[in-house]
Design a protein around this ligand. Structure first.
Ligand SMILES: [Zn+2]
Length: 197
């Protein structure tokens, strides 16, 4: 019994020391958590007003709905107003249909900017936007072909990504079918729950 209480005493001291450390950690962590919460609502608000466009293949965030623009082309076979799929629909001013020299057709949405990887050198041949040379645009994560970057055709064929991004004379034509809205992707993620029950 005496040995037991002795061990208990030592154990109690040990636990007391150990307990003080997590408490200190909590005190340090606490302000950080509060800061995180404070930043949260602002971020969510931004997302709701500017819906994100994701790569359909992998879900990477590649564009912002607020960056949808409209660059009319006389070479478009047709153009139509449309909405991208999603719970709260995103109006797209104009989806233009183009055909490449190989006979493949693409519905293209213009964006002022997007988080895609561009592959220089640019090529002005068979450009859908006269006066602009094109580069292939791919998903930075999965490398899926998402569309094209367009830059003035008098530019050097190869420029830096920052030169392209900083210029108001450039835009991106992304393939409508290659994108989904974040909300649409979320609705797809919810679906499997119905299979569980
Ligand atoms: Zn991707």
């Amino acid at each position: 019994m005496g040995t037991g209480s002795g061990t208990g005493g030592t154990g109690g001291t040990g636990m007391g020391t150990a307990a003080s450390h997590p408490l200190l950690l909590l005190l340090f962590l606490h302000p950080c958590l509060q800061l995180g919460r404070a930043c949260g609502p602002g971020t969510e608000k931004d997302v709701s007003t500017d819906p994100l466009m994701l790569c359909r293949a992998c879900g990477a965030e590649v564009a912002n709905g607020s960056d949808v623009g409209f660059v009319p082309s006389r070479l478009a076979l047709s153009s139509r107003n449309d909405t991208l799929p999603g719970g709260r629909r995103v109006a797209v001013p104009n989806v233009q249909l183009f055909e490449n020299p190989h006979g493949r057709r693409f519905e293209v949405i213009a964006f002022r900017r997007a988080g895609v990887a561009l592959h220089w050198p640019a090529d002005e041949r068979a450009s859908w936007f006269p006066g602009f040379a094109w580069t292939v645009a791919t998903c930075p994560r999965c490398k899926a072909h998402l569309g094209w970057g367009f830059q003035p055709d008098h530019w050097p064929h190869t420029v830096t990504a920052s030169h392209f991004e900083d210029s108001p004379s450039t835009f991106l034509g992304l393939i409508a079918r290659a994108l989904v809205t974040e909300e649409f992707a979320s609705s797809l993620l919810v679906t499997p729950k119905s299979f569980v029950s």
